[in-house]
Design a protein around this ligand. Structure first.
Ligand code: SF4
Ligand code: SF4
Length: 116
């Protein structure tokens, strides 16, 4: 989830009606990020001595435990200010976003019109 969803909540923000990237992939990161972003221990799962992931995403049907709401309708990241790098790197309309949305039966955010 790349866009803001805090007190400056904007109903035009597509992420607030999506949440697909929070429920499609294992959201893993270098363990030291936990300190950098002050990620609560209960929100993470340790994968190895050096890597962790957001709890709930190390699954065949991943869904981050920090995600509230219904994917494709109304969602909210309860740890937005503390989210790790994979959440910050995905951008609305990029390949990962489009792949995640397709997994949940959602169209790409931006439709490309190809003219002849
Ligand atoms: S998949 Fe795209 S639109 Fe949906 S929450 Fe993630 S970045 Fe936002
Ligand atoms: S921390 Fe927030 S933005 Fe990152 S996967 Fe979980 S719900 Fe999504």
């Amino acid at each position: 989830m790349s866009q803001t969803n805090d007190s400056t909540e904007n109903s035009d923000d597509p992420c607030l009606h999506c949440g697909a990237c929070c429920s499609s992939f294992r959201v893993s990161f270098y363990w030291a990020e936990a300190d950098v972003h002050a990620i609560p221990v209960h929100a993470m799962e340790q994968l190895s001595p050096f890597y962790a992931c957001m709890a709930g995403t190390n699954s065949n049907n991943p869904r981050c435990n920090a995600l509230q709401g219904t994917v494709g309708k109304e969602v909210n990241c309860t740890l937005y200010a503390h989210r790790p790098s994979p959440c910050r790197e995905v951008q609305v309309g990029d390949d990962k976003c489009t792949q995640a949305r397709a997994r949940h039966g959602l169209k790409p955010v931006f439709n490309t019109v190809v003219s002849a």
